[in-house]
Design a protein around this ligand. Structure first.
Ligand code: PLP
Length: 367
């Protein structure tokens, strides 16, 4: 019997985020009234009230709209419930037969946590702070062996915000091809980048790769649970069959919201990049004001992984920050690295971030 591990990061978030006054622990952008793309709820209520079984207007339209926005042929796209389901389905599809995954760590837990649940082994490749958290491609190559079915990473990287650039993606594609493996990239944070040509969608440089993503982070619409898998049509069809066995449809309101939101995504992306920039400036100022915090600034986006020079037990620190000051950050332990905090700066109001960081500093000072 394989133990099902606790997903500590998400348990921590679900238990505590609603009560936190300063939400600096998640990787979400928090949309507020300044965000573009308001939703016409009455149109959604109308569609709900004229429910027509599986032939619902939004359900029929949304996948085509999403394919158009992503710029992929419809046969290479599967809409999913968030990047979570996308990752789970892809791992499941690639694990059937009990093969091996190469995954870099630290990382978002499902990337290395899911394969063993589906019978695959994981060969881990460490990233190092001293290297700017870069993915060591030689180490990835060395980790590939007979039976390696997939190389699974995320771009931008969680928890550090490091990026895989165009040439690195191409090299990873070559490493995967040489190993007879599929390159899978979770691109949930990629749209935070300024320049798509520097950090492109993986499939634009490695067409045989698989990418996952969702509206959850950059677009602040995690509540819709709208995600996707894109990849070669044959593999997408295999994944689709799995999905239909497990959860054939998404909720109609989610799809109806998404139909409206798709048109606003370019504007929303611009807005989110502004939020990320302001938040990162706030964090940079705080880090630079302290002589006991070191960090590698993120390439883009809202998360990074600062290290505290004098505190090792960051679970205890995070619990104190929450209990005493209402500040929520995520302990490095949930990424296997005590002494770090994953800090997310997705709040649109910079003053709230500044205040939260100031209070976090007070807790560190009194530790
Ligand atoms: C790398 C990564 N993948 C997937 C997810 C989950 O995404 P979703 O909310 O779209 O299911 C997250 C959430 O933080 C994440 O950081």
């Amino acid at each position: 019997v394989v133990d099902v591990p606790l997903f500590e990061l998400v348990e921590w978030m679900h238990r505590n985020e609603p009560q936190a006054k300063y939400r600096l622990g998640s990787s979400n952008i928090y949309r507020d009234a300044t965000a573009p793309g308001p939703v016409d709820w009455s149109a959604i209520a109308e569609e709900m009230s004229t429910y027509q079984g599986y032939a619902r207007a939004s359900q029929t339209r949304y996948p085509d709209m999403l394919a158009g926005w992503l710029g992929v042929p419809r046969a290479e796209l599967l809409p999913t419930m968030g990047t979570s389901e996308a990752n789970s389905l892809v791992v499941h599809a690639l694990s059937l037969g009990g093969e091996r995954f190469v995954v870099d760590v630290p990382n978002y837990q499902p990337l290395f946590g899911l394969p063993p649940l589906y019978g695959a082994r994981v060969d881990m490749v460490p990233r190092h702070e001293a290297d700017g958290w870069r993915l060591d491609l030689e180490a990835v190559k060395a980790a590939c062996r007979p039976g390696t079915t997939a190389i699974f990473t995320c771009n931008l990287h969680n928890p550090t915000g490091a990026a895989l650039m165009r040439e690195e993606l191409r090299a990873l594609g070559d490493i995967a091809a040489d190993a007879g493996a599929v390159l899978v990239v979770d691109e949930i944070f990629r749209h935070f980048v300024e320049d798509d040509s520097m950090v492109p969608p993986v499939r634009s440089v490695v067409p045989e790769a698989v990418a996952t993503g969702s509206l959850s982070k950059v677009y602040g619409w995690g509540a819709t649970r709208m995600g996707w898998v894109t990849g070669p049509a044959e593999l997408v069809e295999r994944v689709r069959r799995l999905k239909v066995l497990v959860a054939p449809t998404s909720g109609l309101p989610n799809e109806a919201i998404s139909v409206q939101v798709v048109g606003a995504l370019p504007e929303l992306r611009k807005w989110s990049k502004g939020v990320a920039k302001r938040g990162t400036e706030a964090l940079r100022a705080w880090v630079e004001s302290r002589d006991d915090v070191a960090w590698v600034p993120p390439y883009a986006g809202i998360i990074s992984f600062p290290r505290l020079e004098r505190v090792r037990d960051t679970v205890a620190l995070a619990k104190r920050a929450l209990a005493e000051k209402g500040v929520m950050v995520s302990p490095g332990e949930y990424f296997g690295m005590p002494g770090h905090l994953r800090i997310g700066v997705g709040l649109p109001d910079r003053t709230v971030i500044d205040e939260g960081l100031q209070l976090l500093g007070e807790v560190i000072d009194s530790t």
